[in-house]
Design a binder for this molecule. Structure first.
Ligand code: AMP
Length: 318
């Protein structure tokens, strides 16, 4: 039996299902989880389905999350989406569930589930959920399709990144054909932002340092964040808006996060492979999009050096 059929069989078998994803969720983590929830309920209205984890105010428009109750460990099926490493599963301990499924598009880190549906060339976890629905008797719903489309669009940056394959377009097209979702209104929800946030993007561009090897970097300590009236999550997210700057082949934003007393780093690239460097600093991710958590400014300096070296090697070979 192929993996998609196996996943469907488990969904069909269990009355209670818990859907989880990684800490610090992005629209793909939330869209894949909340979209799958809608679709399971649409197919099996009598099932209890919980999409759990800490909410992210910025992405509230994708949907509401459920409270996790310890009693669910006993008999629920766990499906974890978009999370390669067990330590980054948000809000629960996967090992306490009897049956676990993973649906993920990151390079493999931990093999922690009974069924591992991992395709590291897929554009997004949402694309894999659409693939699951496409290939099994799960019934797509309009609301579910909207959430999955948000996840797919967000992780591909509107079909921009290299993991966008003909299959990605095919599945997106299938989704639209089946449900006729209003993509314009979804884009409005996804991309609207206050001018203050645009000004922070401008600040980042104006203050980026760029090395001879074409690494762009910006380091923000607490004092600077206070001065700008912002926080680490908002500032590191700005890396997503800096692509296609001629002078940078890789770029990283570091911001001190007082909640964890560490520097967060968000790293992007359009050539050099960066996820290995991220793993040296309590991080990981995709080859061209990674994140890390650094203990202090000395580690920030070391990471800049390592990323610069990766850029240098890339330049020498290309
Ligand atoms: P971000 O820069 O936070 O948007 O993350 C980019 C990618 O790296 C996502 O796939 C994240 O799941 C992954 N990532 C971010 N931070 C970490 C971390 N501390 N450890 C492992 N993976 C991470």
């Amino acid at each position: 039996m192929n993996v998609l059929k196996k996943i469907f069989k488990e969904i069909k078998k269990h009355k209670r299902i818990v859907l989880a994803r990684h800490i610090g969720p992005d629209p793909d983590a939330l869209g894949s989880t909340l979209g799958l929830k809608e679709i399971i309920i649409n197919t099996f209205p009598n099932k209890e389905v919980y999409a759990v984890g800490t909410p992210a105010a910025k992405h509230k428009y994708i949907g509401e999350l459920d409270i996790f109750d310890e009693s669910l460990y006993d008999d629920a099926l766990l499906i974890v989406l978009d999370t390669p490493d067990i330590k980054r599963v948000d809000g629960l301990d996967p090992t306490r569930f009897k049956k676990r499924i993973k649906i993920d598009h990151h390079p493999m880190v931990d093999d922690y589930c009974d069924i591992e549906y991992v395709v590291d060339t897929a554009s997004s976890a949402s694309e894999l959920v659409i693939e699951l629905v496409y290939n099994t008797p799960l019934k797509i719903s309009k609301e579910g399709a909207e959430k999955l489309y948000i996840g797919l669009i967000s992780d591909t940056n509107r079909f921009l990144y290299s993991y966008t394959k003909s299959r990605t377009f095919y599945l997106a097209s299938w989704l639209l054909k089946k449900t006729n979702i209003d993509i314009t209104s979804l884009y409005e929800k996804m991309y609207i932002m206050p001018i203050e946030e645009k000004k922070l993007q401008a600040y980042a561009i104006l203050n980026m340092s760029i090395t001879d090897n074409r690494l762009g970097y910006l380091v923000l300590n607490q004092e600077k964040l206070d001065e700008l009236g912002t926080d680490a999550a908002t500032m590191t997210n700005i890396v997503n808006y800096l692509n296609y700057t001629e002078e940078m082949i890789s770029w990283v934003i570091f911001a001190y996060d007082k909640n964890i007393d560490k520097f967060r780093a968000s790293i992007r690239s359009r050539g050099p492979v960066i996820n290995e460097v991220a793993t040296h600093y309590n991080g990981g991710g995709h080859i061209y999009a990674s994140g890390a958590r650094l203990n202090d400014f000395a580690e920030v300096e070391n990471m800049i050096k390592e990323l610069d070296k990766v850029c240098e090697e890339y330049n020498n070979n290309n």
